[in-house]
Design a protein around this ligand. Structure first.
Ligand code: TEU
Length: 534
């Protein structure tokens, strides 16, 4: 058993490095930019950082295409910058976790370059998933699998002699060939990567596509009738194959040499019991539970999501986790607004979305377990509906311009000043344009405003860390008016009440210590609000 399971009730803050803060002035965020903002993160009160990938990468999927897993890309400042970040973050009492991408590599990774230069059937090809094509000329893909980003999941290569050749599998972009996890070299290399970063002082890893990696041996066709880009179902043969658990057990055996370090898997698994299998005691320490991302602002549905999540995780003796957004999904303000689309924080739709997002952070932070916050959520940022020419996510191209992709939630953060780029960078040409209408919601303005979303997050995190009322691993539900929920932590008795209706409702008994909306009527919880009581 780990001596210090610091992650068990931690608040993690996800940094999307391109979008957080740019020190070099090239318009793309970097590690020195993060170092410049550590004071802000300390003030917010978070326990740990999760950095989306900073390893060497040609950036076809902004770092999720890794060409050297044991180095940091010069775009982000190189490995010396990361060493500085680890040192300075630790000296503020904050942990650092990194993203690992074991399902695939970049097509520029030396292994893949070697595979392309080698003959069909050669050991170099056996590190990836190469197959002959179907049809008399082998000119049809080996099966019907679609890529998550659009188009087929197979690309045909040209052999060394110039002839049309085999196909390789890429569940994501063609620049992200899937590794063959049945080849022992693949795990051996991941073990090197794990130890490399742990020895440098990293406190843990987020594991990308942790429900992927293993593929069924016969690569059967799949039912593609209901397939949606950027999504997968539980029985999709591209994911959730039984052999994946063996991989997690091998990763855990390495991690157990570093008892203060943890893993959290990205698990797009809807069935809670199936999800929980990944966090059995000898697999991942934690798994991302996306139930709240997938649930509308509806008290009954939220209560069900929480109850089912807690029950499944308790069955395996695991730790619950909660998340409202990340770099792959629409920001919560936009999801909860009734007319999504516009970045302007002053529209009625975005004000409604923000009220609901503020309520939900009180729900998330009142629950037992781990909370993940995606950078910019603490400023209440909405998605940005970017112009076509700004879009960069591979989904935009690969879907034939039918899907706008994930850029809208990745716009750089507005820090200070009255106009873009709001001190995110000294360069006005930021990698995605920052809307001028964010002038009223910069970090600078929110830090000094006690009613701001930043101040709400800060107060909530501080209470959660310091007050004894948050003790207990379980929640007890109260009866609540229709469209509302109320639960209490079993030991400390903190009460969280949520009103998802459009009218005020009576508050449960107790003293309010925090509310997502100012309480104007005595004893009433306003519409689209939450409160904490003791
Ligand atoms: O995402 C994996 C993934 O499957 C997502 O596309 C997910 O299915 C979708 O967002 C659900 O709505 C991870 C990373 O988080 C993502 O940024 C990468 O593009 C992807 O892996 C490939 O590495």
């Amino acid at each position: 058993v780990a001596p210090d399971q610091w992650w068990k009730d931690a608040v993690f803050y996800q940094i999307y490095p391109r979008s957080f803060s740019d020190a070099s002035g090239d318009g793309v965020g970097d590690i020195d930019g993060i170092i410049d903002r550590l004071g802000y993160l300390e003030l917010l009160g978070i326990d740990a950082l999760w950095l989306s990938p900073v390893m060497r990468s040609p950036m076809a999927d902004h770092g999720y295409d890794v060409s050297d897993p044991r180095d940091v890309d010069p775009l982000f400042g190189g490995i010396d910058a990361l060493d500085r970040l680890i040192g300075q973050t630790h000296s503020r009492g904050i942990k650092v976790t990194m993203d690992l991408v074991p399902n695939h590599t970049s097509d520029q990774h030396p292994w893949f370059v070697e595979a392309l230069a080698s003959a069909p059937g050669s050991p170099a090809r056996e590190r990836y998933i190469f197959r002959d094509g179907k049809g008399p000329d082998g000119d049809e893909p080996p099966n019907n699998w679609p890529s998550i980003f659009g188009g087929p999941a197979w690309k045909r290569v040209t052999e060394a002699d110039g002839s049309p050749g085999q196909w390789y599998l890429h569940i994501f972009a063609p620049e992200q060939p899937d590794l063959n996890w049945d080849n022992p070299e693949v795990f051996d290399d991941l073990e090197k990567t794990l130890r490399f970063w742990l020895e440098r002082g990293v406190d843990g890893f987020r594991i990308d596509v942790a429900h992927g990696m293993e593929k069924p041996a016969d690569l059967p066709d799949m039912d593609i009738s209901g397939v949606t880009l950027l999504e997968n179902s539980d029985d999709d043969p591209r994911f959730n194959n039984p052999g994946v658990h063996e991989i997690h057990r091998k990763i855990r055996a390495v991690m157990d040499d570093y008892p203060d370090a943890m893993t959290v898997g990205e698990l797009w698994v809807d069935d809670n019991d199936r999800f929980a299998e990944y966090i059995r005691p000898d697999e991942l320490h934690l798994g991302f539970n996306f139930r709240l991302v997938k649930t509308a602002f509806d008290a009954e549905a939220i209560e069900t999501a929480i109850t089912e999540s807690l029950a499944a995780v308790a069955n395996v003796g695991g730790t619950p986790t909660w998340t409202l957004s990340n770099h792959d999904v629409d920001r919560e303000v936009t999801r909860y607004s009734e007319e999504p689309g516009d970045a302007d924080p002053t529209t009625a739709a975005n004000r409604l979305g923000l009220a609901r997002a503020r309520a939900m952070i009180l729900v998330e932070l009142a629950l037992p377990g781990v909370a993940f916050i995606y950078n910019g959520a603490e400023l209440g940022l909405p998605n940005v509906d970017l112009p076509d020419e700004a879009l960069q996510d591979p989904t935009w191209e690969r879907s034939g311009h039918t899907e706008r992709g994930r850029d809208g939630c990745r716009v750089p953060l507005p820090w200070e000043g009255e106009a873009p780029p709001f001190e995110f960078s000294t360069n006005p040409h930021t990698w995605l344009p920052i809307p001028a209408v964010w002038e009223s919601i910069t970090a600078e303005k929110q830090l000094e405003d006690l009613d701001s979303t930043f101040s709400l997050y800060r107060a909530a995190i501080e209470m959660r860390k310091t007050r004894t009322e948050f003790a207990g691993d379980k929640v007890e539900w109260y009866g609540a008016p229709e469209g509302c929920l109320a639960f209490r932590r079993d030991v400390g008795k903190l009460v969280c009440a949520l009103n998802t209706t459009d009218a005020p409702v009576p508050l449960p008994p107790g003293e309010v210590i925090l509310s997502s909306t100012p309480l104007t009527e005595d004893g009433q919880l306003p519409a689209n609000s939450a409160a904490w009581l003791v």
